[in-house]
Every structure is written in C-alpha cells, then in structure tokens.
Design a binder for this molecule. Structure first.
Ligand SMILES: O=C(O)CNC(=O)[C@H](CS)NC(=O)CCC(=O)C(=O)O
Length: 283
C-alpha cells in the first residue's frame, strides 16, 4: 500500500504564480508521506488565446516552472505527475505534455496528448485546441513507480476508451487523467466517464483538475478525484472557486487515497473481463 495525492489548482498566464500553488501542494503531499503527487493538465500556465499559449511556451530546460518542480521532487523525495506545454517543431504550435518526474527530480516519462479538444457548443464552450497544439502520435507504455504501473493520458483523451483499454492490456494498474474540463461538459460528463474508465479497466483512476476562472474567458470544473478499480470515489475535491489567502493568492487543494495493488489483482481475478477480440479488433 502506498499513498497517492491529487492536487487541484487554478493556473493563470503567470508561471511563477502557478509554481507557487504547486510547491505548496508538494509540501503537503510529502508531509502526508505520499509516494506521488498528481497535478492537472497545463499546470504551468493557461493562457487567454491560442497565440498567447504559443508565446508563453518554454522548453523544460528553460522553464522555471518545471525546474522548480524537479527541485521540489528531489528535495522531498516524491514523484510528480504534471501537465505542461512544450515547444513543437517549427515554433508555430506547442505540445500538450504530461511529465513523470521521479523522486530524484529527473524527468523519466513523457506523454503527448493524442486527442485535441475542438468543440463548438451552443452557449459555449467554443474551443479549437488544434489551433495552438500539435497532437501526439503514440500511446506511452505503462511504467513502474512506487504506486504501481502507471498509464498516462490527458483530459479529452478520457472520452476515448480505446486508449485506456490499450493501457490495461499492457497491465497498467493506475491510469491518470490530468484535466482542465470546461464547466458545462464537466457537469454533464466528468464523473461518469471517469468511473466508467476505472470500472472497465479495473485500475485506479487519478484525475487532477484545474478549477475556477483562469482569466475572464476561461473557467474549469474542478472536482479532482481518485477512484478505485471497483469504481468507488476514494477522494474528491470541490468545484467552487479556490479560497484566497490574505494576499489574494488562491489556496490550492489536495486529497489523498491509499493505492492497494492487491485490490487491482483481486478484482481482475474475481471478474475477468475477457475481450471478444474475435468479434471486434484488439485495441
Ligand atoms: O488550454 C490549455 O493550455 C490547456 N488545455 C486544455 O484546457 C484542454 C484543451 S482546451 N482542455 C480540454 O481538453 C477540456 C476537455 C473537456 O472539457 C471535455 O472533454 O469536455
């Protein structure tokens, strides 16, 4: 058994402001003895336009945000799963990346978001992520950590069960969905989609979420969760705006759950989900 921590923040266009929230959470996670802290998609910044998203991007070597978190991971000896932006080839777009920083502070795994959020809903949201983001081209094989075998996906990937089933087939025991869900789609779909992914993969699901207003136009749903391989909500955070301290800075939130790999094995043994790949193609 090992403790996982899920963190909820409200990123703006200011990387140092966002780093401050994340540092607070690393300290709280380490104080609880967590083996890993899961942070949302785009923790480094959320901009107010596609052009601003591209103008703010920095390589991990040059990003004070990533370097700051590597330092926190090393000094507190805790792994950190965090969504950031990285420059794409050609300089016109960015990558929507998920990093695994190990407890020594090294970036040891990297996943690039496969499915981009291009939507036009009456009454909002109207977002074309592909205007500023280059889509990824591979599923990252699950890798070992102190919490078990981790499978990584990002946000809108949640709507495509093929990716989580592929990760399950490669024996992922924990699947992560760092997110910045919109409020209307979050209200309608967030919790049922996440529970379904946990139930059908028989894996822990950890979904760290952005919450509240990032700028005047953009707001996220929050409701970060850790879900058991049986589909139970083990930890849940709120969907209100974050409270603010005396300086007006948002106070980030954190929740914890035990990850018990014996539970994963027990449920998979008691209820084997053997796919009829003779009837439909293997994913
Ligand atoms: O813009 C950034 O920098 C960070 N990226 C995001 O916030 C992304 C793309 S706009 N958000 C989503 O994928 C929300 C999906 C969603 O809300 C749904 O599937 O309903």
């Amino acid at each position: 058994m090992a403790v996982a921590a899920v963190g909820q923040i409200c990123s703006t266009g200011n990387m140092l402001h966002n780093l401050k929230q994340c540092r607070t959470l690393v300290q709280k996670a380490a104080a609880k003895g967590a083996k890993a802290l899961f942070l949302p998609e785009a923790s480094d910044y959320i901009a107010s336009s596609p052009a601003e998203t591209v103008s703010l991007v920095k390589s991990v070597q040059e990003s004070e945000f990533v370097r700051g978190l590597q330092e926190e991971a090393r000094s507190k000896s805790i792994a950190i799963n965090v969504g950031v932006h990285e420059p794409a080839e050609g300089g016109k777009k960015v990558k929507n990346t998920l990093l695994w920083i190990d407890e020594k502070g090294e970036i040891v795994q990297r996943y690039q978001k496969l499915h981009l959020f291009d939507v036009e809903l009456p009454g909002g949201p109207v977002i074309r992520e592909s205007d500023s983001v280059e889509k990824g081209s591979s599923i990252l094989p699950p890798f070992d950590s102190a919490l078990g075998r981790i499978g990584m996906t990002i946000c809108f990937d949640l709507r495509f069960p093929e990716i989580s089933l592929a990760l399950k087939r490669q024996n992922a025991q924990v699947i992560t969905y760092p997110s910045a869900f919109t409020v209307p789609t979050g209200k309608a779909h967030w919790a049922p989609l996440l529970r379904a992914r946990a139930i059908e993969t028989q894996a822990y699901v950890i979904a760290a979420a952005q919450v509240g207003f990032h700028n005047v136009k953009r707001r996220s749903y929050g409701h970060s969760v850790i879900i058991s391989p049986w589909g139970e909500m083990l930890a849940e955070l709120g969907y209100e705006e974050l409270k603010r301290d005396g300086n007006g800075d948002p106070i980030p939130e954190i929740a914890f759950a035990d990850i018990d790999l014996k539970e994963v094995e027990r449920i998979r043994k008691e209820m084997p989900l053997l796919r009829r790949t003779d009837m439909y193609p293997e994913v």
